[in-house]
Each structure stands twice: as C-alpha cells, then as structure tokens.
Design a protein around this ligand. Sequence first.
Ligand SMILES: Nc1ncnc2c1ncn2[C@@H]1O[C@H](COP(=O)(O)OP(=O)(O)O)[C@@H](O)[C@H]1O
Ligand SMILES: [Mg+2]
Length: 322
Amino acid sequence: MRAETGAHGPAQALLGAMTAGLVGHEALVERLVIALLVGGHVLVEGPPGVAKTRAVKRLADGVEGAFSRIQATPDLMPGDIVGIQVFRPERGVTEFVPGPVFHNLVLVDEVNRAPPKVQSALLEAMAEHQVTVGGATRALPDPFMVVATQNSIEHEGTFPLPEAQLDRFLFHVLVGLPDAATELAILDLVEGEAGTGVPLAMEEHVSHAALANMRRAVATVHLSAAVKDYIVRLVMATRADGEAGIAGRVGHAVSPRGTLALAATARARAFLAGRAFVVPEDVAALAPDVLAHRLAPTWRATADGETARGLIAAALAAVRPL
Ligand SMILES: Nc1ncnc2c1ncn2[C@@H]1O[C@H](COP(=O)(O)OP(=O)(O)O)[C@@H](O)[C@H]1O
Ligand SMILES: [Mg+2]
C-alpha cells in the first residue's frame, strides 16, 4: 500500500537537497522536514559550529516564504521580537511595526540567552500562532515555524527554557561533534563551495500550496489500533501505572500533548517513506526526540545520573509493540 502517488515528492526533494549540503545530519534534516509537515517547532541543541544555523538556512532556501533570524541576547525585549506600537507625530496616529516573528520561518539562535519575558512571548506566539501587542491580537503568517537553537556548553549568562513550556517544541534534537570521517567530508564540502563561490542551491522550493497538500495527505496516513496502543503504552510508561517500571524515577510525566505529537510525527515519517500507514518503527525512531524534553526525572534519579533520554530508552526497551 503506498500513499497517494507522488504526494510526498516535494518533501522528498527537500529532504534530499537539505541532506546534500549537510554532512551527517540525516536525523536533524528528517525532523526539520517532519516538523514542517506537521506544523510544529524544533529546538536544536548542540555545541557551536556544527551547522545548526546552516541546516535552518537550507530549510529556508527550500520552502516558499519569508525567513527571519533572531540572535537572542540577555538585553532583548519582547517588543524586539513581536513588534511594537510606534507613535507617528506627523500623522498623530500609533502604528504597529511588526517584529521578526512575523515571518514563515523564524530562526531564534541561542534562545537560552534570551530573558524569560522574551522566551515567554516567543513560546506564546508558537503555541497560539498569534501575538498580542498594545491590546490588539494579530495572527502570525501561515505556515509559521520556529526553529530555536541552544548551545549545550554555555551556562553562564543563560536562562534555561522553563520546563513546563519546553513541550511547545515538537522535537528537541541533539547534535554532537562529528567523527574524523565526517570532519573530512565537511572540509571537502565547504572548501569546494569556497572554491566556486556558490553554495549548493536548491533546484526548486516547496510552495505553500504543495505544503498544504502534503499536510492534508499526512493527516490521512493510517494509524492502526495496534500502533495507537503502542504510543499510549510508551507514554503511560512515564506515569505512575506504566509497565516499564520507570515511573518511580519520573518527576514530571509526558502529557497528552506528547501523545498527540508522537502520533502526528509518526504519520509524517510514514508519509516521507511513501507509506500510507504507520509502523511501530516510526514511533520508536522518533520517541526520544518527541518525548524526552516533555518529562523530567525526579531529583533523586537526577542525582543518580539518570536523564530524561535514558528513561525514554528504558521505556522503549520495556514496551513492545503488539
Ligand atoms: N555537518 C556539517 N555539514 C556541512 N557543513 C558544516 C557541518 N558542520 C559544520 N559545518 C560548517 O561549519 C560552519 C559553522 O556552521 P554553523 O551553521 O554556523 O554552526 P552553528 O550554527 O551550529 O554554530 C559553517 O561554515 C558550516 O558550513
Ligand atoms: Mg549558529
């Protein structure tokens, strides 16, 4: 059984073009494309210099629409991102000047350097697809997607994102430092680009109409009762009565928002593979990046060196699909 013939073509082309300019970032690229298909936001975490920004720029090159980049700093104010009311004395009126969130794809670099008020304005925009300034509510463009990056080595002068709001992100993707072979391939790729002076370009971009079509097709991908059951049992494993025996180490469990995110992203992964139905492997492959940031170990488990990712790995090992 295949999805509607060629329906996933534009997403496949985007995936291929993004992968071609990024060495060894298949997982990150796949998650960015899935988030685009599902209408979700992505938090990318890793050390500086591993092509986080480059990955988002390639996504921007591959999709129709306006792109903006916000560099977060501790002195940023909410108005700097959502926009401000400006008084025009010559006309005696106040006018709204939209901020950089009013774009289809917004890259927020080093989001954990932004002060809490800015983070909260951003997270609200992400959840509501609208912002309120000066008492007036304004809708953000459609599609609207935020990719935020955070450096994992920096702690001084940062404001960790509030745990309770982290689940506004569909995915939390970790990127690490490359191995020797990957370093060599990066060197060849980037030096090759410098030689010709032209960075790899996308052949054509995904139009808003093509994206809307694909989103509709993703929503029709079949999720069987057995796979639904698998998703629910994985999520329940993080709660008191779960079967994996990890719940005692979980301080803050995955909410239904996590369940819904896992189902939606698994559908998009199946769609990308040209399948009209979700298989348990879709769920298992995405579960760490969809669920880990939505739960927190107890302080005791943390003291014992346990991490949210470790707990999800334990849940995946214990919970078997039917
Ligand atoms: N895996 C990779 N594939 C392609 N280029 C890479 C890769 N890792 C690093 N680079 C190159 O390293 C530089 C830093 O990338 P950048 O996107 O600015 O990093 P970050 O945003 O993670 O700090 C860029 O020139 C980029 O092309
Ligand atoms: Mg960067």
